[in-house]
Design a protein around this ligand. Structure first.
Ligand code: NAP
Ligand code: 3JM
Length: 348
C-alpha cells in the first residue's frame, strides 16, 4: 500500500458501525496522519481511543471536511445526503455506509472481492452495500464465474446490532426483564421510526426496515437491487425475506441458487468456494461443521457451509452464509474499499 499520512474522518464515530470502523483502521494500520471523529451534537465532546490516544468527538458540519482525504460515513441516510456532497466539495473521497446513494448510477457500489474495478469510475462518493448483500455476493460471485447464475432466493436471520447500538441495549434489557418476570415496553425494534414495536427477545421479527407498496420491506428491496448492481446482472432473478432474530452480532442467510451450467455437483461448488477470496468454507456434516454467528464475531471473512444440491432441480443448490455484520457487512468492507482506493492510486 502507498504510505501516506492521510486525513481520515469517521462520521457516526460513536455508533455501532463507527466504533468498529475506528478499531478496523487501527488494526489494519491504515496510513492515518489525522483522524477526525464526528457525531451529532449529542456526543460532541466524548473521547474515543485510537492508537493509545484520546480523540475528542466533534459535531459534524460541512466545515468538518476541510483537508479531509477520506471520509467514512455511517450516521444514517439523512446525514449522508446532507454532508457527503459537502465533503466531496472540499476534496474528500466519501465511502458511504448508508443506502442514500447506493442505487445512484453515478456512484459505484463496491465489494472489493467482487467488483473492485468499479472504483475507477467514482465521482467522489463510493457506496458500501447493505450488510446482508455484502456477505451474499462474496459467495455468489465465484459461483457465477465458474457455473453462471440464474436465480437467488434468500432468507436472512439478522442480528440486532444491524439496527444500531440502541437495538443491542433493547435486546439485552428485554431478555433480562423476561427472565426476571418484569414488564417491558419495546421501543426500538423492528424499526425505531415505524408505528409499532415488538418484543425481540425469544422472538423472530419478519420486518427489517419499512414496508414498500409491493409487500417487500426496504431491506429486502436493498438486497435485491444491490445484488444485481454489484454483480452487473440486471437480469438475475433475486427474491429476499429478511428476518431479525435475537442474536447480537452475525447475520446468517439460507440461500437457494440456480446455476446456468448442467450437472454441476455440490463438491464442485465447495471446491470453488474453498479457493475464493474472503471466504472460509466450513462444511463437514460428518463433523457437524457449519458456520454459526457466535463463531464469526470479530472475524472479517464470510463463512459458508451446508452446501447441498437440490433434490428436485439439477441446477439448484442450497447454501448457508454467515458473517460479522459490523465487520465485512460494514466497517471492514469500508476500510477495504479505502485500501483498494490507495492500492489503485485513486486517492489524490
Ligand atoms: P447507531 O449505533 O445508532 O449510531 C449512529 C451514529 O450516527 C452515532 O455515531 C450518532 O451520533 C450518529 N449520528 C446520528 N445523527 C447524526 C447527525 N445528525 N449528525 C451526525 N451524526 C449523527 O447506528 P449504526 O448501527 O452505527 O448505523 C449507522 C448507520 O450506518 C445506519 O443508519 C446505516 O445507514 C448505516 N449502516 C450500514 C450498514 C451496512 O450494511 N453497510 C449496517 C449498519 C448500519 P450520536 O452518538 O451523537 O447520536
Ligand atoms: C442499515 O437512514 C437511516 O435511517 C438508516 C437506515 C439503515 C440503513 C440504511 O438504509 O442506510 C439502518 C441500518 C442500513 C443499511 O445499511 O442499508
Amino acid at each position: 500500500m502507498e504510505q501516506k499520512n492521510l486525513h481520515v474522518a469517521v462520521v457516526g464515530a460513536t455508533g455501532a458501525v463507527g466504533q468498529q470502523m475506528i478499531q478496523t483502521l487501527e488494526k489494519r494500520n491504515f496510513p492515518i496522519g489525522t483522524l477526525t471523529l464526528l457525531s451529532s451534537e449529542r456526543s460532541a465532546g466524548k473521547k474515543v481511543m485510537f492508537k493509545g490516544q484520546e480523540i475528542e468527538v466533534q459535531a459534524a458540519k460541512p466545515e468538518s471536511f476541510e483537508t479531509v482525504d477520506i471520509a467514512l460515513f455511517s450516521a444514517g441516510g439523512a446525514v449522508s445526503k446532507a454532508l457527503a456532497p459537502e465533503a466531496v466539495k472540499r476534496g474528500a473521497i466519501v465511502v458511504d455506509n448508508t443506502s442514500a446513494f447506493r442505487m445512484d448510477e453515478n456512484v459505484p457500489l463496491v465489494v472489493p472481492e467482487v467488483n473492485e474495478e468499479d472504483l475507477k469510475w467514482h465521482n467522489g462518493i463510493i457506496a458500501n452495500p447493505n450488510c446482508s448483500t455484502i456477505q451474499m455476493v462474496v459467495a455468489l460471485e465465484p459461483i457465477r464465474q465458474a457455473f453462471g447464475l440464474k436465480k437467488v432466493i434468500v432468507s436472512t436471520y439478522q442480528a440486532v446490532s444491524g439496527a444500531g447500538a440502541q437495538a443491542i441495549t433493547e435486546l439485552k434489557s428485554q431478555a433480562k426483564a423476561i427472565l426476571e418476570g418484569a414488564s417491558f415496553t419495546p421501543e426500538i425494534l423492528p424499526v425505531k421510526s415505524d408505528r409499532k414495536h415488538y418484543q425481540m427477545a425469544f422472538n423472530a421479527i419478519p420486518q427489517i426496515d419499512k414496508f414498500q407498496d409491493n409487500g417487500f420491506t426496504f431491506e429486502e428491496i436493498k438486497m435485491i437491487n444491490e445484488t444485481k448492481k454489484i454483480m452487473h446482472m440486471p437480469e438475475l432473478e433475486v427474491a429476499a425475506t429478511c428476518v431479525r432474530i435475537p442474536v447480537i452480532t452475525g447475520h446468517s442467510e439460507s440461500v437457494y441458487i440456480e446455476v446456468e451450467k448442467d450437472a454441476v455437483s455440490a463438491e464442485e461448488i465447495k471446491h470453488v468456494l474453498k479457493e475464493a477470496p474472503g471466504i472460509v468454507l466450513q462444511d463437514d456434516p460428518s463433523e457437524q461443521l457449519y458456520p454459526m454467528p457466535a463463531d464469526c464475531e470479530g472475524k472479517s471473512e464470510v463463512f459458508v457451509g451446508r452446501i447441498r444440491k437440490d433434490l428436485d432441480r439439477d441446477h439448484g443448490f442450497h447454501l448457508w452464509i454467515v458473517s460479522d455484520n459490523l465487520l465485512k457487512g460494514a466497517a471492514w468492507n469500508s476500510v477495504q474499499i479505502a485500501e483498494s482506493l490507495l492500492k489503485l492510486g485513486l486517492v489524490k
